[in-house]
Design a protein around this ligand. Structure first.
Ligand code: PBG
Length: 326
């Protein structure tokens, strides 16, 4: 007689499936992105990201309250300044929009983990993530400004620095800068594996950070590459990163797994703006079940090895988790 395995024994009821489930989503895993905008009065919805808003300094605490009340314990903050220049001064000034917002948020919610995205593309007139000369993004010169940005963000109260400008040596430079300024205890969450991706499209509308010429392929990674990702992670570990990240997430879950198998650091998945926009658009058309798709997407990231997930769905997911275990 032909024998076969009875896999369905472990799928026979809700309770049985709950018993053998391998991965779970938890509110502690979620990081909610927040945009603070120096150019608006109240709040404005981002067209390509329904349900996600940019907030003025005056209105930001309402959003933070909503996040905290839902039980989400950490945010990552992005700024839209009211001036742009060659050196991205809005990124590192003491009274920059992000610095002001962090001070305000930490004062009202000292226990909330505030992660600062440390980059320059929202602040430079070129829209590039560093200093540009002769149409080239300069590596080492950009590190100086990036480090100043990180230091000013920590001075304002940021709990974690998340450098995303994809320059070589950015973790080492920031670590040195933070240590020198007495911030030895502040962790660095590196955007270690950051692909040059079209999935960032809606974010660039949101943060007004699209490059004015060229693209980011000279500093962000080629989506066709896997081993390069492992080299990036190895460098960041050596330079002192406390967390590593893979971004985007959905089309790069194989890389997530590869990184998970090679690092003992906490691994962060960035479920980016384009991934959010696609799900929202399909859901708004009634083509998919948003709730189920979001759950499947996020648990897929955990299955691939992510410990933490930065996601625009963080509030929605937390709401669902408060109603029932996900
Ligand atoms: C850089 C930065 C970007 C994102 C996060 N940090 C944009 C980019 O690199 O072009 C994208 C996030 C998203 O798409 O949700 N400041």
């Amino acid at each position: 007689m032909v024998t076969f395995d009875r896999h369905r024994r472990l799928r026979s009821s809700v309770a049985m499936r709950d018993l053998v489930r391998e991965n779970h989503l938890d509110k502690d895993d979620l990081i909610m992105p927040v945009f603070v905008d120096a150019t608006i009065k109240d709040r404005e919805e981002i067209k390509s990201m329904p349900g996600v808003f940019r907030y003025s300094l005056d209105s930001i605490l309402d959003e933070i309250k909503t996040i905290v009340d839902l039980g989400v314990k950490s945010i990552i903050i992005f700024g839209i300044p009211d001036h742009k220049d060659d050196v991205g001064s809005g990124a590192w000034e003491d009274d920059g929009i992000v610095q002001q917002a962090i001070r305000k948020i930490k004062k009202a919610y000292p226990d909330l983990i505030v992660i600062a995205d440390t980059c320059m593309c929202e602040y430079t007139s070129t829209g590039h993530c560093g200093i540009v000369k002769d149409h080239k993004v300069l590596n080492d010169e950009s590190l100086v400004y990036l480090t100043d940005t990180a230091v000013s963000q920590v001075k304002a109260g940021a709990d974690i620095i998340a450098p995303s400008n994809a320059m070589d040596g950015f973790v080492a430079a920031i670590r040195e800068g933070l240590d020198k300024n007495g911030f030895k205890e502040t962790p660095i969450m590196s955007y270690s594996v950051k692909y040059a991706s079209s999935f960032y499209g809606p974010f660039r509308d949101a943060a007004d950070g699209a490059p004015k010429f060229g693209d980011r392929k000279g500093y962000q990674m080629d989506p066709a590459n896997r081993l390069e990702a492992l080299r990036e992670v190895a460098s960041d570990e050596k330079e002192g990163a406390d967390f590593v990240m893979v971004k985007p997430a959905m089309a790069f879950l194989d890389v997530m797994r590869d990184v998970r198998d090679r690092t003992n650091l906490p691994l962060v998945a960035y479920n980016v703006s384009g991934e959010y926009a696609m799900i929202k658009a399909a859901a708004q058309n009634g083509w998919i079940n948003e709730d189920q798709i979001v759950k499947e997407t996020l648990v897929g990231m955990k299955r691939a090895g992510a410990d933490l997930i930065i996601t625009y769905f963080a509030k929605d997911a937390a709401k669902r988790m408060n109603e029932q275990r996900w």
